[in-house]
Design a binder for this molecule. Structure first.
Ligand code: MG
Length: 319
């Protein structure tokens, strides 16, 4: 009896240590794109799964190393997305230095905790010169780290693919001057919905590019998956850098059934997924309540329904 208890204790103890010490970057190293897949340094397809922070200009309090550690260890994120707000007042264009500090706090936390990070240009409009200046700086500073993924245009709204493509090529060139290899995510027009248009006219001449599709399961379903399947069949690599279970406005009920279909579809196609978002606004998609501390250590009572469900999903799939 005593021996059994000792064994059980050791099993629990070591499985506990193991689960807090997942080291996705040490295990997978420098990522690449191979046909439609994100692959690790051994050429094996991998799926990154994690969470996006909300706009840094509205939720700067969560942009710190400690919250990254909590998302890595407790939520089991293998990737987090730092959403650099561009456009609203007091975001990147007005408060450049402060904004960079916020994003870099997350990048530093990611490097310490051995997970991946998406540096996300969280804009709905084109800001070419500012994007070139920002990504040049980031690529120069962090391009040697395998942890880093660049997302150069979160959700184009009104701009055509011709315009978004032209912008993307210019920003990609600027990044590639400093960093020859890390993954770059390119936005699709119309809130990352028009992947079929991208698929007919993709960017040529660069390696390690992927294109983003965003879904909100309460609004988006089969027709967006059909567009995405069309793109995959044409060899277009997809990364779901933002998704969630409720309606596209971030509110309404969570549609668990539709969300499950999306997750099964992404898992089947080995598509990485990142859920929206770490914020404490009174809306369904904000995962936290006002009671949540800036630095993690969140109890169940600090999490809203979307936070509880996202945590459950990440802990299930990122085992
Ligand atoms: Mg590099």
């Amino acid at each position: 009896m005593k021996t059994t208890l000792v064994i059980v204790f050791f099993l629990l103890f070591f499985s506990g240590i193991n689960s807090t010490n997942a080291q996705p970057v040490k295990e997978n190293g420098q990522l690449e794109v191979e046909s439609t897949f994100l692959v690790n340094e051994n050429g094996e397809p991998i799926i990154l799964r994690g969470i996006s922070y909300g706009w840094h200009n509205w939720w700067p309090r969560f942009y710190n190393k400690e919250s990254v550690k909590w998302l890595a260890n407790d939520f089991k994120c293998t990737v987090v997305r730092a959403a650099l707000g561009v456009g609203p007042r007091n975001s990147y264009i007005d408060k450049t230095e402060w904004s960079e500090e916020k994003i870099e706090a997350v990048i530093k936390g990611v490097i310490e905790n051995d997970i991946y990070v998406i540096i996300d240009w969280h804009s709905h409009e084109l800001h070419l010169n500012e994007a070139i200046s920002f990504f040049t700086k980031m690529a120069e500073k962090y391009g040697e780290y395998p942890h880093v993924i660049y997302e150069i245009f979160n959700e184009p709204v009104d701009d055509s693919w011709e315009k978004v493509k032209d912008y993307s090529i210019k920003v990609i060139k600027a990044i590639r001057e400093k960093d020859p290899d890390n993954i770059i995510l390119v936005g699709s027009p119309h809130w990352d919905q028009d992947i079929h248009i991208v698929a007919d006219d993709p960017i040529e001449g660069f390696s390690n590019l992927m294109y983003t599709v965003h879904f909100y399961a309460g609004t988006h379903g089969l027709s967006l998956r059909e567009r995405s399947d069309y793109a995959l069949n044409k060899g277009i690599p997809i990364f779901v850098s933002e998704c969630a279970g409720m309606e596209a406005n971030g509110n309404g009920e969570i549609d668990f059934e539709s969300w499950k279909i999306w997750i099964d579809w992404m898992e089947t196609n080995k598509i990485s997924w990142v859920c929206w978002s770490i914020a404490d606004k009174n809306e369904t998609c904000s995962m936290l309540n006002r009671s949540a501390s800036d630095i993690g250590n969140w109890k169940n009572s600090d999490l809203k329904e979307s936070g509880i469900k996202t945590r459950e999903l990440l802990r299930k799939y990122n085992k």
